[in-house]
Design a protein around this ligand. Structure first.
Ligand code: NDP
Length: 340
């Protein structure tokens, strides 16, 4: 057994609704020695992503539920501090699904383990707009949404990493980009900094009226991030031939019973003219991981792709940051800084 100390956040009990004190806990985990073909990774930056919340429930979805006592799932950027692999050397940087812990052991055969060449941009961007959420926004919009010049694209959670990339990509394609976000400050940022044509505050009421004004030609692509009342308003303005890539519906992630949730599938399926819609997962395009990452990283480097971050300091603050993100307390990509 290694003499290194490893702190980790584990699932103690399944949250009922919003995460409560004691549901997730910080523990010291013993660290075994490396086997042949394995590397030891020190986590530098941890990504907090909405999908982790449904995984804490005891319900099967596209991913198996997180087990009690297990380290919480999560992607990170880290540095290799020990290696028994011929493919990876000490000092190299990687993204991996390390989980919420300071140190993790990974086989060099792991499909989701990638070397990172920072290429002049902040490392943590590879967890945000140049990482999994960025690829999700880009591929969901272009491959499932099939957005074309002249069309109107609407996306909620517009200041987050997925929405940020959806709106900026829509603008590059020649679309009208309309964001929806919680609060005036986020909306101002989305228009003034990110360059969307409009951004609507869903928390201040009259969303349908605001949408009618911002989308005079109706909506051709609704990139679904949030579900609930936002979807109900957008659904009324979808044009004939509209496409709805269903990426997630964060408004329901803290629901006590997912079975009782009115999902986007229910809302869209009940329309007189059902738009083309499907749930998609970013790893449908795993073979394009490097190509899209590079493309988005180039955008960050040139300054063309803009973004914001919310950073929590230390693993001990990860749970509060995660709870906050599910309620929109984050402004931009939510990260946890673990080590330099
Ligand atoms: P964000 O950083 O945007 O965080 C979530 C945001 O959701 C909050 O900041 C908040 O923004 C918004 N929100 C929370 N509650 C509500 C509500 N009740 N109604 C409306 N908005 C709400 O997250 P990401 O950019 O990382 O992810 C966006 C979506 O993409 C999520 O649904 C996620 O699950 C999904 N996703 C799907 C993937 C896939 O492969 N299918 C991969 C990656 C992400 P605000 O303050 O503006 O309301």
């Amino acid at each position: 057994m290694s003499d290194r100390n490893n702190q980790a956040v584990v699932l103690n009990q399944r949250p009922q609704g919003e995460i409560q004190d004691g549901d997730l806990g910080l523990v010291n985990m013993p660290l075994r020695d490396l086997k042949e073909g394995e590397i030891l990774i020190q986590t530098l930056w941890l990504s907090l992503d909405p999908y982790m919340r449904p995984r804490l429930n005891d319900a099967k979805s596209y991913m198996d539920p997180q087990g009690i006592g297990e380290v919480i799932t999560g992607e990170s950027v880290g540095r290799i501090v020990e290696s028994r692999s011929e493919k990876f050397a000490v000092g190299e940087l990687v993204t991996s699904y390390s989980g919420w812990q300071e140190l993790s052991i990974c086989s060099d055969q792991t499909e989701s383990l990638y070397k990172v060449n920072p290429n002049g941009i902040p490392l943590q961007a590879y967890l945000g707009v140049a990482g999994m959420p960025g690829r999700t926004g880009y591929l969901g919009l272009t491959e499932v949404g099939k957005a074309k010049a002249g069309e109107t694209v609407v996306v909620a959670a517009a200041s987050g990493p997925v929405g940020t990339v959806v709106g900026q990509t829509a603008k590059q394609l020649g679309c009208r980009a309309v964001g929806i976000a919680g609060g005036e400050e986020k909306c101002r940022y989305v228009v003034e900094e990110l360059g969307f044509d409009a951004c609507l505050d869903y928390k201040s009421g009259d969303l349908l009226e605001k949408l009618k004004e911002a989308c005079p030609d109706g909506i051709d692509v609704y990139f679904e991030n949030v579900g609930g009342d936002v979807t109900k308003a957008v659904a009324q303005l979808l044009n004939s031939g509209a496409r709805v890539p269903i990426c997630g519906y964060v408004s329901a992630y803290n629901a006590t019973s997912m079975g009782d949730v009115e999902t986007p599938f229910h809302i869209l399926g009940a329309l007189a003219e059902t738009p083309e819609h499907r749930f998609f997962l970013v790893n449908e395009w795993q073979d394009r991981h490097q190509e899209i990452t590079q493309r988005l990283a180039e955008g960050v480097k040139s300054g063309e792709l803009k973004y914001r971050e919310s950073v929590a300091e230390g693993l001990e603050n990860a749970v509060e940051a995660f709870k906050g993100m599910l309620k929109g307390k984050n402004f931009g990509k939510q990260l946890v800084h673990i080590a330099d």
